[in-house]
Write a protein that binds this ligand. Structure first.
Ligand code: NDP
Length: 490
């Protein structure tokens, strides 16, 4: 039985090992082989993990540790992530199917998150208010207690570190539920945190399904805050459940980001930028630039150049250094992406490039899909409005600034947007008018550990990264010290 070899997970100082029907199998999207088998968590494990995390939090050993001491431990986690970089990147590649170089970047980012939040632990300052009478007041950051962190499959270890590092830095206990598709790196992160000296119970990882384990976590009365990254519909369900309990949520959700090319753009850079914005991570990126808007005067020429570029994109095995686009996460997800291409045809779209499964025999066993360019659809078509989460780009012409701002904002989403232009005054005007949490000008998908990240509209609530990340996992307490010389009067 697969479960005979299932990797256990830790609950406090004990191990939970799978019984025969409790294994979760991670499939390598590159060839359909088994990438790993882990013990599948249950609702009973949620109960146990919350009890253990609550007890660890109540012991106050972590939250009362001096910030510089907490920082020391987070630095050690960062160092260990760096030391195990290559093996973690390879495991990540098998778990998620992402090209090795992307996995290497994600492991490096995870290490930087711990280093960055260690630094914030050292430099964070509470607020002292100028007195308005015989008292002294200050506002201090307090942890919530037990934080539930729920992550998707598209950027494992990085997405997890983006939550776990600031939540721990703020003094919380964390229960992490990674995606059932990619459970292995979260377990590695937990191991490394323990080996670095994190006391038992402050980080538990529950590899299980969202419906069972994720929902039970969000509903558990011992969980005081939920941080979720994933699809908008799941985020909505989590927000409703958290709303019933009146606990805060941080939501990083889906997108359908506009990528705009003005006629004065640097043409070659814009073509490469648009291609990298959609085909990076095989389009399985929340910020993928999925709706291309090109000014009508250069539309034809630009789309032709983009199609030519698309035909050069090397789809291949994740461990081949020449690969630019790896497989999709699963057969079911590839079916979904292919379904959207079929829908685009029904809606009247023309497939200018790709649109199917690559024919190369070497790729036959994996869940690969061709980079795809579609045109001829109005902005309100479903293909132009719904998140496909694959390498599928729709192209639309626009006339002027007002037209493109209206079309770009005509979506329920608001995660990101990009534009290519030589006119920086226009770039500023348009950037301010776009409804998006991140706007890129003459670049795309640039990120910075200290720059806030999050969505407008149905793309999310709250911001991660930077100071915002630490604030997300802290609540403010105001403390007053009386300095009265005389007794207080009624
Ligand atoms: P899902 O929303 O399907 O799942 C995300 C996580 O939530 C998984 O761990 C999942 O568990 C869990 N989950 C599912 N249902 C529930 C529930 N009822 N209660 C609690 N947890 C639940 O997203 P995907 O994993 O398919 O990831 C892709 C989506 O993530 C895209 O929409 C993408 O845009 C978004 N995303 C957003 C980012 C951002 O920063 N804004 C970054 C990356 C991705 P399981 O799947 O294991 O059953």
């Amino acid at each position: 039985m697969e479960s005979a070899h299932a990797r256990p997970f830790r609950l406090g100082d004990d191990w939970r090992r799978a019984s025969d029907d409790e294994a979760l199998v991670s499939i390598d999207p590159a060839d359909g082989s088994v990438a790993g088998v882990v013990t599948r968590a249950s609702v009973a494990d949620v109960e146990a993990a919350v009890d253990i995390a609550s007890a660890a939090f109540r012991r106050r050993a972590w939250r009362d540790l001096r910030p510089d001491q907490r920082a020391g431990l987070l630095h050690e986690v960062s160092r260990r992530l760096g030391a195990e970089h290559d093996s973690l990147a390879r495991l990540q590649m098998r778990d998620s199917g992402k090209p090795l170089k992307e996995c290497a970047n994600m492991v490096a980012s995870a290490s930087y998150f711990f280093r960055y939040y260690a630094s914030l632990c050292e430099t964070w300052q509470d607020e002292v208010t100028s007195p308005r009478g015989p008292y002294f007041s200050m506002s201090v950051a307090e942890p919530y207690g037990v934080v539930a962190a729920i992550t998707p499959w598209n950027s494992p270890i990085m997405a997890e570190a983006q939550k776990v590092a600031p939540a721990l830095a703020a003094g919380n206990a964390v229960i992490l539920k990674p995606s059932e598709e990619t459970p292995q790196l979260a377990l590695e992160l937990e191991r490394i945190c323990r080996e670095a000296g994190l006391p038992a119970g402050l980080l538990s990882v529950l590899p299980g399904t969202g419906e069972e384990v994720g929902a039970a976590l969000v509903d558990h009365p011992g969980v005081r805050m939920v941080s979720f990254t994933g699809g908008t519909e799941t985020g909505r369900a989590i927000a409703i459940a958290a709303g019933r309990r009146l606990i805060p949520v941080g939501l990083e959700l889906g997108g359908k980001s506009p990528h705009i090319v003005f006629e004065d753009a640097d043409f070659e850079k814009a073509v490469a930028g648009v291609a990298s914005g959609i085909y990076g991570s095989a389009g399985q990126s929340c910020v993928a630039g999925t709706r291309l808007f090109v000014q009508r005067s250069i539309y034809q020429r630009f789309v032709e150049a983009l199609v030519a570029f698309t035909r050069t994109v090397r789809v291949g095995a994740p461990d081949d250094p020449a690969t630019q686009m790896g497989p999709l996460i699963s057969r079911a997800h590839r079916d979904k992406v292919a379904g959207y291409v079929a829908l685009a045809r029904q809606e009247g779209g023309r497939i200018l490039a790709g649109g199917g499964i690559p024919e190369a025999p070497a790729l036959a066993a994996g869940w690969y899909f061709e980079p795809t360019v579609i045109e001829g659809l109005p902005n309100h078509a479903r293909t132009c409005q719904e998140e496909i989460f694959g390498p599928v780009l729709v192209c639309l012409p626009f006339d002027d600034e007002d037209d493109v701002i209206a079309q770009a904002n005509d979506t329920v989403y608001g995660l990101a947007a990009g534009m290519w232009t030589g006119d920086y005054a226009r770039a500023w005007r348009v950037a301010r008018a776009l409804e998006a949490g991140s706007v890129w000008i003459n670049t795309y998908k640039q990120s910075h550990i200290a720059t806030a990240f999050g969505g407008f509209k149905a793309s999310g609530i709250g911001r991660e990264k930077g100071f915002h990340g630490l604030r997300l996992y802290s609540q403010v307490k105001s403390v007053f010290f009386g300095m009265h010389d005389a007794p207080m009067s009624l």
